[in-house]
Every structure is written in structure tokens, then in C-alpha cells.
Design a protein around this ligand. Structure first.
Ligand code: FAD
Length: 568
């Protein structure tokens, strides 16, 4: 029973001081508080969080479960005391904000330990309540042993559950970022892990073919994948364990279940207060992070942000944007005119040695947004010079607008050097860069780090070749219907190991004396392992009067597209 009372008194802070109250004390809220103090020593700043900590590393939680981070204290980036001593910011933990009274400019807060409520007056209110894990209303999702991962206590409970029951098997429902990070860490704890994902692919932010190397990698690592199959219910077994029942009827036994099917903006406070909420469920803010109420700002996972590439409003639950938005809000509160640039969805996830990273729009995102004037190239270069031992392929897809060559997005998967390439392309996008800029980018090179033509340069060069028609591209999507001659220019033994159906083989090494065998009255689509030799052939044949196009990324891309069901 709570002894909740309503507004017996109103805390008003230092008389005469402007009072800034912040709801949520982690990425967005804490950034806002600290930045605001650096800009203005005169304001009262009070930060509320319903949890026991502020400024903790949510991104580190999966690694705490995996015992890679073994000391819970390492997750605490800053403490209540530190905020007080260093910044004169008051932190009230285990204090939940229950409601906002905009006309009285006050909030009602409830102390979780005592249950007592009180009102707090504000001049300025900042909302950074984050996003809540989606918990579908299905039978069994509240059973003991079914967890979401949002807070330190959540991770602590998972750790104890694994240890107390000597857990051997886990099912992760959801194959996005958090699900995959949990997979890695549960495998690290020696659990047998299965993923149940409703979509036919992992990592929904990627185009389906780019998720294929990830799927294969996880399969090779012994992770059981159930793709294209949703959660129906969770049952308790007689021996105390659990069974995840999929929509297909598949039954996956588990000692614990992680629900990682996404998050949704935690907007009830804002909604109840009558603040404008957008179609994606996030709080609507302007470029200075101000809500529809001029005295209230909102930042982080709870808000809708402008996607600089598609021009649409979106939600993007990532720590970088939350931190930057917190700073922008602080600057705005302090009277500056700083604006938030918007987001381009740069993200990375590591899973069992594989890195998956992306920036900007995906092909499916562009199509959803109605963008049609774009092209794409695939490439599969080594992460460093091939002559230096240990080069690992990076599967890279670059999307760019036609005809101006503006970079629209990139996705990459590989064992090494993936995030570096995506970060370079992300920065180029931020400066409105084109594929010509990528081709010209002057990047670090020594054999163990890269290549004289870095994968980023190569991606730009390929795209430039497409734009200036040195390398007309064949459309992979047309493969099923094309009347073109499919010409595989690899050596016969490579061709014998696998090729596109109906392709004929005429290797590059014999091309110059045998090309006359090719029909001049048909379109010719060239293919090789990764698209390089076929590019040489495209150039050669074009100069002999043939109509040729290159299949970007070659047979490697074909296999990815085929596994994703995108080509026959
Ligand atoms: P949060 O950091 O979630 O903070 C919101 C706080 O508000 C919470 O502490 C909550 O308790 C409190 N709160 C909510 N409502 C109230 C209320 N009414 N009263 C009082 N307090 C309230 N992002 C990345 O970019 N890279 C990663 O690798 C990454 N890994 C992640 C791993 C996990 C397991 C999780 C959960 C998230 C991860 N993220 C990652 C996302 C990132 O943590 C969030 O985008 C970021 O923390 C959002 O910041 P925020 O301030 O909006 O919300």
C-alpha cells in the first residue's frame, strides 16, 4: 500500500533562480544537465530518475550479462555524488515523475522507497525518459525467467538467474541490435542460444541480402536461427524450465528467454500532459529539441527526429543522438540558437567476432520513402592489402543518388575494419559528400591497416564508374527475366564450383583471343567472383562494340541475394 498524497507541498528551489527539472538521468538527461551547468551557473538543476542509478552505461549491459564487464560499478559513468560535487546538480534517484501539470508548471513525483508524493515547480522541464522494451501481450511473457534488458537491475537478475540455475540454453526473441548483443554474451557464458525472429532476416535495419553473411556466421557459430517465425507464447515446463512456442508451432526449450523485439518511446507522461506526439509515437520536437510547449524540451529515445536522408521523421534509439540532443537542449535552454542536425542512423553491432555496421538510408528505406533516383554498388574487398597475411573480406553496399552521386547510405559486414569504413562514409554523408569524394578520400594506408585503394575509395570509384557510364550496371532484380547473355569470366575451375544458372563461361584470361565467339546482337551481362574481372571485361567488350553491363559484386553478391530470396 502506498501512502501516496497529492501535492502537500511544492518544492520551488532557490528563490529567484530559474529552475530546470530533468526527467530521466541517463544518456540524454545527464548530458543535458552537465552541459547546462557548464553554460549557466545560475540555474537550479534537478534530475529525477525512477531507477537506482543515473548516468549508467546501458550499452554495456549485455557485456555485464556476458561477464566481459564483471564489475557492476564499471557501468556507473557518474554518480549522484559526482553530479552534486562537480556540477551542483541535484539528483533524485528512485523518484518517479508521475504527471506534469503544464498550467501550474509543476510535476508530481513519487518516492519509490516511501511511496510519498510531492509537487516540484519548474521554469523549464526536460524529458529524457527513454524507450521501453516492447512486451507483447502473449501468454507467458511475464513468467519468471523471461527478461528484457534495460537497466542494471535487469542485467543483475539475468546474471543471477543463469548462475543460480546453471542455465544451459537461452532463446533470444528478436534479432536486432540488442538481441544480437545478448546472443554474443549468452554464448560467451557457454549457453546454447537460439534466436526467434519474426522477419525473414536478422538486423532489420539492413537490406536483406546484407544480413546473409551475419546469418551464415551465426549458424557457423552454432546459434540456432528461427527466422520468419514469430513468438506465439511461452510455457513453463514441469522441470521448471521454459518452452518458447513459435507461431509455426516450433517448440524451443530454454532456461531463460530474452525479449528483444524492439523498444517504443516512453511517452505516457508527455501524452497525458497533452504534448504533441508524432506518428511514430515519439514526442514532437523542433530543431532545438523544444516540444509543443515552449517551456518543455525533450531528447533521446523518446522523441521523433528528422532523418536527413529520407527527409522523414523517425525514431532512432541510439546513444549518440541522445547525447547530442541533450547538449542541444541545454544550449537552447541557455539561450543559444544551436540546432540539432537530425540523424542518419549510423550504427554498429558486434556479434561473435563479426561486425555489422551501417549509415544512412537502406535500399528498402529509400523505397519506402518513395526515393527512386538512386543506384547501388556491391563490393567485397579485403580489409587490408591482399599481399599482407590475414586480409578478411568486407561485404559493402553503397547507395548513391543519380545523377549527382550524393551518398545516401552504406552497409558493411565483416570480421575486421568494418566500422572504420562506415565511419568514414558516415562523415562524408554528414558533409553532403558524393561518391567522387569517396573515390578521392585520402585515408591511412600501411599493409596491415588498409590498401592503397581503400575499400572506401573502391566503393567511390565503382560508383563513379557507374555514373560516368564506364561501368553500366546490370540490375540484379532483372536477373529472372533478362534475355541478356550471362557471361561468367572466372577460370573454368571457379565456374565449376558454382555459377549463376544459365551463365556461360569465357574466362578473362582467354577473352582477348576468344571474344569474337560472343554474339554482337545480344546484351551481355558479365559476372565474376566479386565484380572486378567482369568490370575489366565490360570495358574491353564495350570498346569492341558490345553492349555489356556488369553484375555488381559478382557471384559473391549473387549468393547473398539468392540466400535472401531476391534472385532465382
Ligand atoms: P535512457 O538512457 O533509457 O534513460 C531514460 C531514463 O529515464 C531511465 O533511467 C528511466 O528509468 C528514466 N525514466 C523514464 N521515465 C521516468 C519517469 N517518469 N520518472 C523518472 N525517471 C524516468 N545505443 C548505442 O548507440 N549503441 C549501443 O551499443 C547501444 N547498446 C544498448 C544496449 C542496451 C541493452 C540498451 C537497453 C540500449 C542500448 N543502446 C545503445 C541505446 C542507448 O542506450 C539509448 O539510445 C540511450 O540510452 C537513450 O538515452 P535516453 O536518455 O533517451 O534514455
Amino acid at each position: 500500500m502506498s501512502n501516496q498524497t497529492h501535492s502537500p507541498s511544492v518544492s520551488s528551489g532557490t528563490p529567484g533562480s530559474r529552475r530546470v527539472l530533468i526527467i530521466g538521468g541517463v544518456a540524454g538527461g545527464a548530458s543535458c544537465a552537465a552541459r547546462l551547468r557548464r553554460l549557466d551557473e545560475s540555474v537550479d538543476i534537478v534530475m529525477f530518475d525512477r531507477g537506482p542509478y543515473v548516468s549508467f552505461a546501458n550499452c554495456g549491459l549485455p557485456y555485464y550479462v556476458g561477464n566481459i564487464i564483471s564489475d557492476e560499478l564499471s557501468l556507473l559513468v557518474a554518480s549522484r555524488e559526482m553530479f552534486h560535487e562537480r556540477f551542483n546538480i541535484e539528483v533524485q534517484t528512485e523518484t518517479e515523475v508521475m504527471s506534469i501539470d503544464r498550467s501550474a508548471r509543476s510535476i508530481t513525483v513519487r518516492n519509490a522507497r516511501t511511496g510519498a508524493s510531492r509537487a516540484e515547480r519548474y521554469d523549464v522541464l526536460v524529458l529524457s525518459p527513454g524507450a521501453a522494451p516492447i512486451r507483447p501481450s502473449l501468454p507467458g511473457v511475464d513468467l519468471p525467467g523471461v527478461f528484457a534488458v534495460r537497466t542494471i537491475p535487469d542485467s543483475r537478475r539475468i546474471r543471477s538467474w543463469i548462475a543460480d540455475r546453471s542455465a544451459k540454453a537461452a532463446v533470444v526473441v528478436g534479432g536486432g541490435f540488442i538481441g544480437l548483443e545478448m546472443v554474443e554474451n549468452l554464448v560467451h557464458r557457454d549457453l546454447a542460444v537460439a534466436i526467434l525472429e519474426k522477419l525473414p532476416q536478422l538486423m532489420p535495419s539492413l537490406d536483406p541480402e546484407m544480413a546473409v553473411p551475419l546469418t551464415q556466421h551465426l549458424g557457423e557459430k552454432g546459434v540456432h536461427l528461427y527466422l520468419g517465425d514469430g513468438l506465439a507464447r511461452i510455457e513453463k515446463r514441469a522441470d521448471g524450465g521454459l518452452v518458447v512456442v513459435a507461431e509455426s508451432g516450433a517448440r524451443l526449450p530454454a532456461d531463460l528467454v530474452i525479449l528483444a523485439i524492439g523498444v517504443r518511446p516512453e511517452n505516457p507522461l508527455a501524452r497525458d500532459a497533452g504534448l504533441q506526439i508524432g506518428p511514430r509515437g515519439g514526442i514532437v520536437v523542433d530543431a532545438q529539441m523544444r516540444t509543443s510547449d515552449p517551456n518543455i524540451w525533450a531528447v533521446g529515445d523518446a522523441v521523433e527526429v528528422h532523418d536527413v536522408l529520407t527527409g522523414q521523421e523517425t525514431v532512432l534509439p541510439l546513444a549518440g543522438p541522445a547525447n547530442r540532443e541533450g547538449r542541444v537542449a541545454a544550449e537552447s535552454i541557455a539561450g543559444r540558437t544551436t540546432k540539432f542536425r537530425g540523424v542518419q542512423a549510423t550504427a554498429v553491432v558486434g556479434v561473435l567476432d563479426l561486425t555489422v555496421a551501417s549509415t544512412g538510408a537502406s535500399e528498402k528505406g529509400l523505397r519506402r520513402a518513395g526515393v527512386t533516383n538512386f543506384q547501388k554498388v556491391y563490393l567485397h574487398p579485403g580489409h587490408h592489402a591482399g599481399y599482407y597475411p590475414g586480409a578478411r573480406p568486407i561485404h559493402l553496399k553503397l547507395l548513391f543518388s543519380v545523377p549527382d552521386g550524393r551518398i545516401l547510405g552504406a552497409q558493411a559486414v565483416g570480421l575486421e575494419g568494418v566500422e572504420k569504413r562506415i565511419d568514414v562514409i558516415a562523415t562524408a554523408i554528414q558533409f553532403d559528400g558524393t561518391v567522387y569524394d569517396l573515390a578521392e578520400a585520402e585515408l591511412c594506408y600501411a599493409p596491415q591497416f588498409g590498401a592503397a585503394k581503400d575499400p572506401v575509395n573502391l566503393a567511390g570509384m565503382l560508383a563513379r564508374n557507374v555514373l560516368n557510364e564506364d561501368m553500366p550496371l546490370a540490375d540484379w532484380q532483372e536477373l529472372a527475366h533478362t534475355k541478356a547473355l550471362l557471361l561468367d569470366v572466372r577460370e573454368p575451375q571457379e565456374f565449376a564450383r558454382g555459377h549463376i544458372p544459365n551463365a556461360i563461361n569465357l574466362p578473362l584470361s582467354q577473352m582477348r583471343h576468344r571474344y569474337v565467339e560472343l554474339p554482337q546482337d545480344r546484351d551481355i551481362w558479365t559476372c565474376c567472383g566479386v565484380g572486378q574481372r567482369s568490370y575489366y571485361v565490360t570495358r574491353f567488350l564495350a570498346q569492341q562494340g558490345y553492349r555489356t553491363r556488369n553484375l555488381s559484386g559478382g557471384y559473391t553478391t549473387y549468393k547473398m541475394l539468392k540466400s535472401a530470396g531476391l534472385v532465382p
